[in-house]
Design a protein around this ligand. Sequence first.
Ligand SMILES: [Ca+2]
Ligand SMILES: [Ca+2]
Length: 297
Amino acid sequence: MSESNTRRKAGRASLWLIAAATCAAAAAPLKPNFHTNWNAIYPSSQTDDNVIAGTGSSCQLCHQSSSGGDGYNAYGWQVWQAWNAGASVSNAIVMAEPFDSDGDGASDVFEIDAGTQPGWKPGNTNTIHFKNGSTQNNQSPPSGILGSLNPACGTAVGYCTPGTSASGCQASLSTSGTPSASSGSGFLLSATSVEGAKDGLYFFGVNGRQANAWGNGTSLQCVTPPVKRAGLLNGTGTSGLCDGTFSQDLNAVWAANPSKNPGGGALVQAQLWYRDPQNTSNQTTSLSDAVEFLVCP
Ligand SMILES: [Ca+2]
Ligand SMILES: [Ca+2]
C-alpha cells in the first residue's frame, strides 16, 4: 500500500547485534530486552533504525542515555509504566500505541509507522522521567538520531487489514498529495481492488485507530467513532470482478463541508465502506484497509 509498508531494512541484523550488546551490558542480566520485542512488533519501522544508525545503539528509542538505564523519554516512560504495572514487554509496547507520549500531535504508533521518534521532540522541550517519579523538564533530544523527530504535516501511513468481499476482493487504500484544512484541493484518497460496480463511501475520524469486528465477516472497523462521511460514490468496474476503484479529493470535501473539516494538525484515520450484498457474513457491506495522515494547516 503505502511506501511505509514496503520499506526494507538492509543491514539491520548487524546493527541490531551491536545495539543488543550495548543495551544488555547496561542492564541487569535477566532483564528482558525491550528492543528485541519492539523489533518483532514493528519489523519494518525506521524509528529504531534511525536511532541505531545515528547513536550506535537502540537505547535512546526510550532512554535518555545511549547506554540505557534510569532516565526515560516520554515514550519509554509510557512503556515502562505499563510493564512495571505487570504487563508483558510486548503488551506494554502495544499498550503505548494510542498515546501521544511526547505531545507532538501524532500518536506513538503513527510515529513508529512514519519512522519518527515517539519519545522525542526537537529543542529543549523534552521531559525525562525517572523510576522514583522525579522528572527533568526542558531537556534536549539526543544528538545524532537520523531522520525527523516529529512527523511533518502531510505524512500518511497505512494500517489495518481489508475485509474480503463476495468476489474475493480486498480493497486497498492509498493517498497522494497533501491533506490540508485550507487548500481546497490536492489530496486524493484512492481505493483499488474494490468489488466491481458497487457503490461506496469514505469515512474518517480523529479518535485513533481500532480493529473492531464488522459483524461476523472478515472486515474490520478500523476508525474509532464518531466518524464523518465524505459522501456516496457510484460504483465502478465490473460486477463480480475486483476492478472497482474510487478516488476522491478530501481537501475538496472539507472545503465544501466545513463541519467535516478536521482542521490543521489533526491526525485523521480514514477507511472505505462499500456495498457487498452477496457477502456471506451477516453484513451486506465490506470495508477496506485504512490510512492515517497528519493534516496541514
Ligand atoms: Ca508523538
Ligand atoms: Ca516525536
